[in-house]
Each structure stands twice: as structure tokens, then as C-alpha cells.
Write a protein that binds this ligand. Structure first.
Ligand SMILES: Nc1ncnc2c1ncn2[C@@H]1O[C@H](COP(=O)(O)OP(=O)(O)OP(=O)(O)O)[C@@H](O)[C@H]1O
Ligand SMILES: [Mg+2]
Length: 360
């Protein structure tokens, strides 16, 4: 176990800045998920920590030691990639043993460690097979076994489940939760998957365009996204975002005007005339015949326990997605209206930052 501290860590590839100066402290034993759109710098951040890329600036501390100039193998960490990168000609046991062999560990210790790790990951029956005779999930478990066999202090995972089918992803998600509890290792986990990030992580790091946008507990980010990028990154389906204007301000907040002309009071600080983006999550729209959010159903997705209605709303300048109970019967073209509870409305300024909330 070890803490990981990044100070002003930066990476440029020629003219491209893959990582703006970024600082982050990850606690000993923490499970941190990194999310954000493709190309935002998630893998770059992980590869810098691993020592697979050389930083253009900044420092990396692991377990209180400055490892910025330390070779990858000496950093006390292991990395699992999206592609399992197993040796095809070696058996499962030999694949898992590989890092120990490289480190010239005694034979008896290698056998013992491989046996123990294989047991932890349910790989004991497959030890003499070659990777091609395994399923995708089993192969990924071998690559995880190989990563943890040297008992790293920090385990880095770059979209480790993205090549697996849905069933296996769910199974492996539970496996990661169990492994984290069992190994008490610090884990930094890059994922595109909302559910993985929300359910596995103690904290989520949201990145956008080479910057760390916000760091916080999953529900804190869901309840109070600090920026539009975070609002977009957390929550599925995504938060509805509408162009709007502040029509008037008063002592207990601002009246936000939607393109349709509808006004709604929100307890935020802003300026009259200021262009803003109004956000409301699909699950926070409440059916209300007189509500400001409405339109004709263009698409209806029935997921079983719940449904999502996509409403064409020309008057609102965007399509609105609303969550409905699973048993709600809907006809395409039907007009639905909703109101948004003031407590669940989010208001962002032109710079993408959430307007300060007023506590009344
Ligand atoms: N070796 C490289 N040379 C030049 N540019 C690079 C290199 N590696 C990454 N980049 C660029 O740096 C930026 C960040 O890339 P990175 O791989 O970190 O993104 P990511 O968030 O992991 O994306 P994804 O979700 O698609 O995996 C991208 O614009 C990418 O094109
Ligand atoms: Mg990546």
C-alpha cells in the first residue's frame, strides 16, 4: 500500500499538451477512478505514474519517495492494460510467474506465490493451459494475476474490462471490489463505464481536455458537478443541458429564462442578462401538465425497471430525456410535460463553471 502524490505533473507531445499541470493526492489504499471523454489524457496520466512516459514537468511521489526519475520496475507498482498482452507460448502459470522470474525469485517462492494468486483469482484449474484456450474474462484475470503477483503497492488499470462482454464485466467488477478489499492495495482505475466508476471508486477524478476538472466522492460529483464537463461525464443517460438566460436577480436567487420564455427561480448567484446553461437530470424531471420541460415523444427506451422518453422540444433548443417508471405506457408523438425541482436544477456560466449556490 502507498499514497500517490502528483505535483504539477505535465506532459506535452510536441505541440500537443496531453496533460496540463495537474496535482492530485491519492491516499494509501484508496480506489480512485479516472473518467473523461476519449483523448482527455487518462492513459497519459496513468502511463506517467507508471514511468512509461517521461513528464515534461512536475513530480511524482509514491509512498513518500520522489520516483519521477526512477525506472518503472523500481516504482513498486503494476499495470493492467485493456489488451491483456499475455505471452501466447507460455502457460497460465508461466505467464503469472513471469515477473517473479525476471526478478530472479527462488523457485519455491515462485511456485507458492503463483499458486496463491491463481487461487485468489479462480485460475487454479487453468494453470497448465495456454492463453488461447481461455475465455476473454479468464485471460484478463491472468493479466491481473500477473500484475499482482509481485505484491505491488499501487495497481494501475487502464480500461481493463472494455474488451469483455456485459456479463463478464459485471462479474469482474465484483472481483475488483473484492480484490481491493483483500489486497488493500492502492488502485487507480481508468474507465469509460459510469457504473464501474460510481460503484468501485472511493473518489472519481473527472478529466477533460488534459485537465483535472473535479475530484470527489461519486455522489458528490453527481449532486454538485463543478463544471459542465463533469455534468456531462457523470450520470447516464446524461444530464439535460439547455441554453438559457438570467432574466432577473433578487436576494434569494435568479430567475432563469428558457428559450420557450418559461421562467424558473433557482438559488444561484448571477447577473441579469447573463447567458447560462441550465441542467436537469432525466431522473429529476417530475411529470406535471403545467411544467416547463416538455415535448413530443420521439424515442422511447423501455429498460424494464424504468424507461426513458426522448422528447423533441424545439422551444427548448434541445432534445429532453426524461426518466419514467418501467410500466408507463407511451405512444410515439404523445406530448409529455415535466417540471424540474429547484433543488435539482444546475446552472453553469459561459466559462462552464457552476454558478455559486446560495444557501437560504
Ligand atoms: N505518443 C504520443 N504522441 C503524440 N500524441 C499523443 C501520444 N500519446 C497520446 N497522445 C495524445 O495525447 C492526448 C491524450 O491521450 P490519452 O491516450 O491520454 O487519452 P485518453 O483519455 O486515454 O483517451 P481514450 O479514452 O481514447 O483512451 C490525445 O490527444 C492523444 O492523441
Ligand atoms: Mg486511454
Amino acid at each position: 500500500m502507498a499514497d500517490v502524490v502528483l505535483s504539477e505533473l505535465t506532459k506535452r507531445f510536441g505541440a500537443i499538451t496531453a496533460l496540463e499541470p495537474s496535482s492530485l493526492s491519492i491516499d494509501d489504499g484508496e480506489f480512485v477512478a479516472i473518467v473523461g471523454p476519449s483523448g482527455c489524457g487518462k492513459s497519459t496520466l496513468l502511463r506517467l505514474i507508471a514511468g512509461l512516459e517521461e513528464p515534461s514537468g512536475g513530480r511524482i511521489m509514491i509512498d513518500g519517495r520522489d520516483v519521477t526519475d526512477v525506472a518503472p520496475a523500481e516504482r513498486g507498482l503494476a499495470m493492467v492494460f485493456q489488451s491483456y498482452a499475455l505471452y501466447p507460448h507460455l502457460t497460465v502459470a508461466e505467464n503469472i510467474a513471469f515477473p517473479l522470474r525476471v526478478a530472479k525469485k527462488p523457485k519455491a517462492e515462485v511456485a507458492e506465490r503463483v499458486g496463491a494468486v491463481a487461487e485468489t483469482l479462480g485460475l487454479t484449474p487453468f494453470l497448465s493451459r495456454r492463453p488461447r484456450a481461455l475465455s476473454g474474462g479468464q485471460r484478463q484475470r491472468v493479466s491481473i494475476a500477473r500484475a499482482i503477483v509481485r505484491e505491488p503497492k499501487v495497481l494501475l488499470l487502464d480500461e481493463p474490462l472494455s474488451n469483455l462482454d456485459v456479463d463478464l464485466r459485471v462479474k469482474m467488477r465484483h472481483e475488483f471490489a473484492r480484490l481491493h478489499g483483500q489486497l488493500a492495495v492502492t488502485m487507480i482505475y481508468v474507465t469509460h463505464d459510469q457504473v464501474e466508476a460510481m460503484t468501485l471508486a472511493n473518489r472519481i477524478v473527472v478529466m477533460n481536455a488534459g485537465r483535472i476538472e473535479q475530484v470527489g466522492a461519486p455522489l458528490a460529483l453527481y449532486d454538485k458537478p463543478a463544471t459542465l464537463a463533469v455534468a456531462r461525464a457523470i450520470g447516464s443517460p446524461r444530464m439535460n443541458l439547455l441554453p438559457a438566460t438570467i432574466a432577473a436577480v433578487h436576494s434569494n436567487g435568479a430567475d432563469i429564462r428558457l428559450p420557450s420564455g418559461a421562467l424558473m427561480p433557482v438559488a444561484v448567484a448571477g447577473e441579469a442578462g447573463q447567458p447560462v446553461t441550465l441542467g436537469i437530470r432525466p431522473e429529476h424531471l417530475v411529470p406535471d401538465a403545467g411544467g416547463a420541460f416538455g415535448g413530443a415523444v420521439e424515442l422511447f427506451e423501455r429498460l424494464g425497471p424504468l424507461s426513458f422518453a426522448h422528447l423533441g422540444s424545439p422551444g427548448l433548443g434541445t432534445t429532453i430525456v426524461a426518466q419514467l417508471p418501467g410500466d408507463r405506457r407511451i405512444a410515439l408523438g404523445e406530448i409529455l410535460s415535466f417540471r424540474g425541482e429547484a433543488a435539482h436544477l444546475h446552472v453553469f456560466g459561459e466559462d462552464g463553471r457552476a454558478l455559486p449556490r446560495l444557501t437560504l
